[in-house]
Design a protein around this ligand. Sequence first.
Ligand SMILES: Cc1ncc(COP(=O)(O)O)c(C=O)c1O
Length: 367
Amino acid sequence: MKINPFKLERYFAKYEFNTKYLLASSDCESLSIEDLLALEGDADSRFKEQWLGYTESQGSPALREEISQIYESITPDQILVHSGAEEAIFTFMQAALDPGDHLIVHWPCYQSLYEIAASIGCRISNWEARAENNWELDLDELKGLVQPNTKAIVINTPHNPTGYLMSRETYQETWQIAQAQGIFLFCDEVYRESEYDPADRLSAACDLGELGVSLGVMSKSYGLAGLRIGWIATQNQDLYQKIFHLKDYTTICNSAPSEFLAALALRHREKLTGRNLNIITTNLALLDGFFARHEDQLSWIKPKAGPIAFPQMIGHVVDEFCRQLVIDQGVMLLPGTVYDHPGNHFRIGFGRKNMPEALARLEEFIS
Ligand SMILES: Cc1ncc(COP(=O)(O)O)c(C=O)c1O
């Protein structure tokens, strides 16, 4: 398999573990194992008793039971646990697509959402989110992109990098278009449950019907990226079986300690998402002031969900700005060029507790 380098991951690899202030992270503030175990009285002793043999390839029944609680109509046997969302994107694309197929992708986006399909030999059409439309997607454009050999529409809501949350109407209409064509709606929902107003939360794609596929993960809204636990949820048994068979060639099964901790965390998921939403909303209030003070140099579309946004820089070249900022202030932003986006944008992350310090340094630099 030949595949292009993952630009965003390569950028993170360069800075993530040697830069003091990560002001571009898309995951929320994490926890220690000790913090997690403290959520249940006897968890500490149960964790120590955890057997370290192979686990069930689909994911442990206890974990799948907890994951199924996130959805309306999904049963544990419709969940397939993976090593992070990244592995699940890989297996879905390998299972659903053949060379010559066509894929429509909400763009800009996390690169694997189209790059894996490209490596299989698929043709990709971008369904483009534009800043001048407040990152809103155009349904007429989507209708125009559908071709006889289109196999799936890939969307990501809440969205990386813009923080865009699809409206209920656009989401329903997108689902109708997928259904009418008999193609998958693959919804990357890794930022779900981080809507600032819970009333804005969309139904999960897997709850819509057999052609809906949901991608979930412990990394983002729950802040537990180090567990490397993600999953596919789908009612489609044919797709499920294909993905299940592919896992034998990727990871076979998941880490037993991670499965234990993920199930524990999900039993308390409202506590975890509530804590992270608190951090996000506190930081957002600071960002409101910051962007107002620097509107001559920066403009942003305030998100409705998630810990990231994609502001535009005016009067600086974003790559050079980010490079100099890291050197001068030890603050990492993510230039929009890693998404191949030409608009001089950057990704800012505000799901971490030390965001105010990082922002103060950015402000010193920009002033
Ligand atoms: C939209 C999106 N999907 C999938 C992933 C992959 O998640 P993980 O690294 O937890 O596997 C990410 C990570 O940044 C993401 O932003």
